[in-house]
Design a binder for this molecule. Structure first.
Ligand code: HEM
Length: 452
């Protein structure tokens, strides 16, 4: 690995090719690597034992730091950004909404949304036209997130909310990438972009707060918002106030949709590159479903579909890096991690660690079959993070992914467009760069499900 620049260290490599930098550093220097990035020192830890040390065993010594601060103007102080006792209380209140049986009650909404989305692809399939797959999947997962939260009011508001959220998220992502620090005053300057952002946030606020207020006087509704509103702290009996509910709702929309869309986009790309895997998936789907729409009871038997998504997230984890800030000096594997440095865990690299993943670059979903997973340490695979800050929506997104893979496989093969390369873009999430055009090609037996 080349030495860093005398002034800015490895900052240029970090900006231009972070995946290459982190992967090469592990290969050449080992599991603990210290870089200088300008005036900041960064420790990269990639061994599962070290990952467990930071996320689980010694998590009290680490904070999430300021990485997600730039999302605050959009999502406020929700589960993603909060810390300490406030986070703990919010997490306790939100957790019941994500229990398996609660999530299961959202399955019909998910398959209905998928049916609508896939009907929207039929014209492109008949004309042999490509669709911008990244945008299609973002729209699908955003619709699912909004419908999961507000089943009752969704018809009226889904479109406005989706549009406002997408625009505000694009500006949030620009702010996150920008080297400027988090300065809330900067975002209040009356530039056209800031004004548009504030207008969209005001629209979202007024819709969400109106819904919450109406719900206060209505019967309980069995969607995620209803569950969040009904949740009571076991010790104090307290529930969330309107602002906390608004922040959690916006956080769930943010955390839940772009990640799942990125994971699905990579899955469809990998299926296109590996037709034998696509054929095995289709065989499973046909055997289990025989052309009908899947239900939650089918999910345990759509095991290969789950493995396909898990393997895609191994190669392209939507959250490809997880930073932490040590609150005091720590020692990992004999190395001092000084307070003030930044620790970076890199699922993209840990998921390719040759000690745990033979032929790491090969797309092989059967790695995730139970009989092939027993020997592997739990912390060699962390697409959903781990420890107390583990993703609250993992069961939700696994279910959404299994349904999506099964229902697409019933109808179409998605084919990439020759000459259009698919390149990873490691921003907050790891997405394919650009729209990733793909043509939906009908399966010969697809008419069976067309009218489902
Ligand atoms: C494939 C899809 C998803 C991936 C890869 C993913 C990944 C992650 C990761 C790695 C974390 C931990 C971040 C850290 O420790 O710094 C996280 C946290 C979180 N995720 Fe997800 N996520 C996904 C889907 C979802 C969905 C569907 C929801 C909600 C409906 C959601 C809500 C959250 C929340 C609220 C947190 C913060 C939890 C806390 O700190 O208490 N995620 N996610």
């Amino acid at each position: 690995m080349p030495p860093g620049h005398w002034l800015w260290g490895h900052l240029t490599e970090r900006t231009n090719n972070p995946l290459g930098l982190y992967l090469n550093a592990r290969q050449q220097l080992g599991d603990v690597v210290r870089y200088r990035m300008g005036h900041i020192f960064v420790e990269q830890l990639t061994h599962p034992t070290h990952v467990k040390h930071v996320l689980a065993d010694n998590c009290a010594r680490y904070s999430k730091g300021t990485v997600f601060d730039k999302t605050r103007p959009l999502v406020g102080n929700g589960l993603l950004t909060s810390e300490g006792s406030f986070w703990k209380r919010q997490r306790r209140l939100a957790q019941p909404a994500f229990h398996k049986e609660r999530i299961a009650s959202l399955s019909g909404m998910m398959t209905d949304t998928l049916t609508e989305t896939l009907q929207g692809w039929e014209a492109a399939a008949s004309a042999g036209q490509p669709l911008p797959m990244v945008q299609e999947l973002m729209r699908l997962t955003l619709t699912v997130a909004v419908r999961a939260l507000f089943s009752a009011e969704v018809r009226e508001h889904a479109h406005t909310m989706g549009e406002a959220f997408t625009r505000a998220l694009a500006i949030t992502n620009e702010r996150i990438i920008s080297p400027l620090p988090y300065l809330p005053a900067l975002y209040r300057l009356p530039t056209p972009k800031n004004r548009a952002f504030l207008r969209d946030v005001a629209t979202l606020d007024s819709i969400v707060l109106d819904i919450i207020r109406q719900r206060r006087t209505a019967d309980e509704t069995n969607d995620l918002l209803g569950m969040l509103m009904a949740s009571r702290d076991a010790d104090t009996g307290e529930s969330m106030d309107d602002t906390q509910l608004r922040d959690e709702v916006m956080t769930l929309v943010l955390a839940g949709h772009e990640t799942t869309a990125a994971g699905l986009a990579w899955t469809f790309h990998l299926l296109d590159q590996n037709p034998e895997v696509a054929a095995t998936l289709k065989e499973e789907v046909d055997t289990v479903l025989g052309g009908r729409t899947p239900t939650v009871e089918d999910l345990p038997r759509l095991r290969y579909a789950a493995c396909v998504f898990e393997e895609a997230m191994r190669l392209y984890p939507p959250i490809w890096a997880i930073p932490r800030v040590p609150l005091e000096d720590d020692v990992v594997d004999g190395y001092l991690i000084p307070k003030g440095d930044i620790v970076i865990l890199v699922p993209y690299v840990t998921h390719r660690h040759p000690e745990f993943w033979p032929e790491p670059e090969r797309f092989e979903p059967t790695r995730f079959l139970p009989e092939n997973s027993q020997e592997r340490p739990r912390w060699a695979y962390l697409p959903f993070g781990g420890g107390q800050r583990q993703c609250v929506g993992n069961a939700f997104s696994m279910m959404e992914a299994q349904f999506t893979l099964a229902m697409v496989a019933q109808r179409f093969t998605l084919r990439g467009v020759p000459g259009v390369p698919v390149v990873p873009e490691p921003l907050v999430t790891l997405r394919p760069r650009g729209p990733m055009p793909m043509v939906p090609v009908w399966h010969p037996r697809a008419p069976q499900v067309r009218s489902a």
